[in-house]
Design a protein around this ligand. Structure first.
Ligand code: SF4
Ligand code: SF4
Length: 294
């Protein structure tokens, strides 16, 4: 059975994207509808917290590019490599050349100019990705290493693993908690998905982010629908929102009201289903999503 991929995005943090992605995973899981959750926010993954996923069953290194490695035994201290490294990633300490792993981009120039053949390239461990099996769902998530810049590739890696698992276990749905922004990681998360759920909030920045997300979805020719979260909070902006979703022909699937009980439930480690009135709203949202995915 072919699986479907649903991506939940919001542009910026704090909009309720992960809470909603978690609530959708939860409602599918409860109805025994096979689901794989993917946390594609590899810089600050927290879907495992929302889902209360306790164990990690599989941990893997994510190799992103290469880094230079100086063999002290063969290095003559001639300084050629230091002259040619444009990234100032090599330093000489008492005549011994060392590599700054954060500054090195793996361009290999130093290796080419070293007359003593003292520089090798080694794989760069840019992060880790994990798999966990929860109660009625699987979770694939990842952690990008400090100062690493391969987040788009790591997003693609976790998506690939989720797809592999979906095919292997005949799981019908993958729910992806998307990365923030609209850059490379979002492109990696959005490519080829069956539906993009753009979560917004009633604020000027929320509308601005929504516009950029809708344009990105249009660029990738992906079907998109909108969820207005925290409806009724402050800034109206109703007309602008309606004009925007009309322009992009994106259905408004849900208006979820602002409710102080939501952050209180999250602080207790509970999801949206613990908040009175939200179980029904998420159930209605799920039906609307199912219709669009059918
Ligand atoms: S691989 Fe490139 S960036 Fe890294 S130390 Fe060598 S010259 Fe510098
Ligand atoms: S070019 Fe090679 S031999 Fe010269 S300082 Fe650098 S690593 Fe050492």
């Amino acid at each position: 059975m072919p699986f479907k991929e649903l991506l939940v995005v919001s542009g910026k943090g704090g909009t309720g994207k992960t809470t909603l992605a978690g609530a959708l995973v939860e409602i599918y899981r409860r109805s025994n509808h096979g689901v794989i959750a993917v946390d594609a926010d590899v810089d600050a993954a927290n879907l495992a917290l929302i889902l209360n996923t306790e164990s990690v069953d599989d941990e893997n290194e994510f190799i992103g590019g290469e880094r230079a490695l100086v063999d002290e035994q063969n290095c003559t201290g001639c300084g050629e490599c230091l002259k040619h490294c444009r990234f100032e990633a090599l330093i000489s300490v008492n005549g011994v050349v060392e590599v700054d792993e954060i500054a090195c981009v793996g361009c290999r120039v130093c290796r080419q100019v070293c007359p003593a053949g003292a520089i090798e390239m080694r794989p760069n461990i840019a992060g880790r990705w994990f798999c966990a099996v929860g109660d009625g769902y699987e979770l694939v998530h990842a952690e990008l290493g400090i100062a690493q810049s391969n987040s788009g590739k790591l997003v693609a890696r976790v998506r690939r693993e989720a797809r592999r698992r979906a095919e292997e276990a005949d799981t019908p749905l993958i729910v992806i908690d998307g990365p923030p922004g609209i850059g490379c990681p979002v492109h990696a998360a959005m490519a080829g998905v069956d539906l993009v759920l753009a979560v917004t909030e009633p604020s000027p920045s929320g509308l601005h982010d929504l516009q950029r997300l809708l344009e990105t979805a249009r660029h990738f020719s992906r079907p998109v629908a909108v969820i207005l979260n925290k409806a009724g909070l402050g800034y109206g902006g109703g007309r602008e929102l309606e004009a925007l979703i009309e322009e992009h022909q994106a259905p408004l699937l849900a208006r979820l009201p602002f409710d102080r009980a939501v952050p209180a439930a999250l602080a207790r480690g509970e999801g949206l289903s613990a908040v009175p009135g939200f179980v029904e709203r998420v159930a209605a949202l799920r039906l609307a999503v199912d219709e669009l995915l059918a």
